[in-house]
Design a protein. Structure first.
Length: 157
């Protein structure tokens, strides 16, 4: 875990800009991200209050919407990068996903989950509960791609 940045994406962006963040450093960041992504942490409470079967159409819609948001978000970041500098996009992407992901989790997803716990206690519609999760995912994706764009297109000006 030597030289892995879990939080400070601005230092990573600056080191990438200055050219002293190597491909090996970027690989370490990416491998750490993959390991952490694979770890599942059990949550002591359930966000699915209602125990009826979920409508499959909502799952399919969420899956397709997630794919569209990811495609549009990464394409937007890539196009901004090409206009700005155009070099070493994947090196930067691999290096920055971990600290930006941590920031989004701490500042967007965790507060949203904590604020939604009391709300989910009174929501009796599974559709509304899943819609709340979908909104959280969209907000998290927007914040994620905005931070990623600003870090990848970093300049000292």
């Amino acid at each position: 875990m030597k030289n892995i940045y879990f939080w400070d994406y601005k230092t990573v962006a600056k080191r990438l800009y200055n050219g002293d963040f190597t491909e090996t450093d970027s690989l370490r960041q990416f491998v750490a991200l993959m390991i952490i992504s694979g770890i599942s942490i059990p949550v002591p409470f359930s966000f699915y209050i209602i125990s009826v079967n979920k409508p499959i159409a909502l799952d399919v819609f969420s899956f397709i919407l997630s794919g569209v948001i990811a495609y549009v978000g990464y394409w937007w970041v890539y196009q901004s990068h090409v206009k700005n500098e155009g070099r070493e996009f994947f090196l930067k992407l691999a290096a920055l996903e971990l600290p930006i992901g941590f920031r989004v989790a701490v500042f967007v997803i965790l507060p949203f989950m904590l604020l939604s716990i009391p709300l989910l206690q009174v929501i009796t519609s599974q559709l509304l509960a899943q819609g709340l999760g979908l909104v959280m995912g969209i907000v998290a994706a927007i914040v994620h791609f905005r931070l990623l764009k600003s870090a990848i297109c970093y300049s000292e000006n």
